[in-house]
Write a protein that binds this ligand. Sequence first.
Ligand code: 13P
Length: 252
Amino acid sequence: MRKKIVAGNWKMNNGVQETEKLINEVKDSISILDQKNVRVIVAPSFVSLTSALENAKNSKIEVAAQNMHQEKNGAYTGEISAEILRSIGIKTVILGHSERRQYFGENDKLIAKKIDAALANNLEIIFCFGELLDQRKLENHLLEVGSQLKNSLFHLKAEDFKNIILAYEPVWAIGTGETATPEQAQEMHAFVRNVLANKFGEKTANSISILYGGSVKPSNAEEIFSKEDVDGGLIGGASLIAEDFVAIIKAI
Ligand code: 13P
């Protein structure tokens, strides 16, 4: 059975103390939940990762990084490698987020290199992809997402997908308050699963968790999560408020 996953991408928010506080609030609120098939992941900033791991110990919460560099090591001032993440006990990394694509010039080819580096270091990946508003308006969303998947994932082997979680994040829905309708999310998730089935086989496609991200809130989470091919969410803004994030976890 596919795992259900709720992941919080905390982006460039929260210092160490705020991170610890938020983790402990979430931890306490979900400790009574019985969610064997549900994973809860949070991705704080790099500087808070060590204390986040410490505070999440013996709880349901897993800690992920938001990004990493594609090279093994070397003269890349300000960057963090897969090996450095592993050295503090990080096991999961978000790659290909639209904010990385938009503000830091990351493209499919670079993201493919990051994916390879992460897999080579036994890191699990939350791979983000999604179309821009114009592409959606022109009804090119499936074409665009198909091309992102092809360019960043098609060189992999089926077995690599054991370590990959997908996150469909339509760019027009991120931080805008505008959410894809459950039907739009389902259409895309089914399309993605179909693309993967054609390339890597039904078994791989059916075992991969595909999350939806983009203005998920307590008020819309349940309806989005109820769709057959939506296996959870990657949450931005709402994951910074313990009560909201917990409500979204409960919705799954
Ligand atoms: P929002 O939930 O704030 O729209 O952000 C979504 C996101 O980018 C998660 O990675």
